[in-house]
Design a protein around this ligand. Structure first.
Ligand code: SF4
Length: 104
């Protein structure tokens, strides 16, 4: 199942890290929800493939350690989502369709 494209309106913001919003469900370490608003990554789907990190021309992502998460123990954190140029490379390469990008 891919990331919910309507999460920005369907889900509550429950936390924030480095200015990046975290959308429910958030029960760490096993449930981490969706991180980011311009560039959203469903951390519960992310398997730490890393293709998005390699594909992004403007370095939106950086690895974040998430020990104890069942899908992977690190995630592609969209810490620089403000830099996104909407090329959609990350969306297209993600093997588990964990990323949704929407201009503000
Ligand atoms: S859409 Fe392009 S610029 Fe934006 S985060 Fe994805 S790869 Fe980076």
């Amino acid at each position: 199942m891919p990331i919910d494209p309507n999460y920005r309106t369907n889900r509550k913001v429950v936390s924030e890290q480095n200015g990046i919003k975290i959308y429910e469900p958030y029960n760490p370490p096993k449930q981490l929800g969706i991180w980011g608003t311009i560039v959203g990554v469903d951390f519960d789907l992310c398997i730490a493939d890393g293709s998005c990190i390699n594909a992004c021309p403007v370095n939106v992502f950086q690895w974040l350690d998430t020990p104890g998460h069942p899908a992977s123990e690190k995630k592609a954190f969209p810490i620089n989502e403000q830099a996104c140029i909407f090329c959609m490379a990350c969306v297209n390469v993600c093997p588990v369709a964990a990323i949704d990008v929407k201009p503000p």
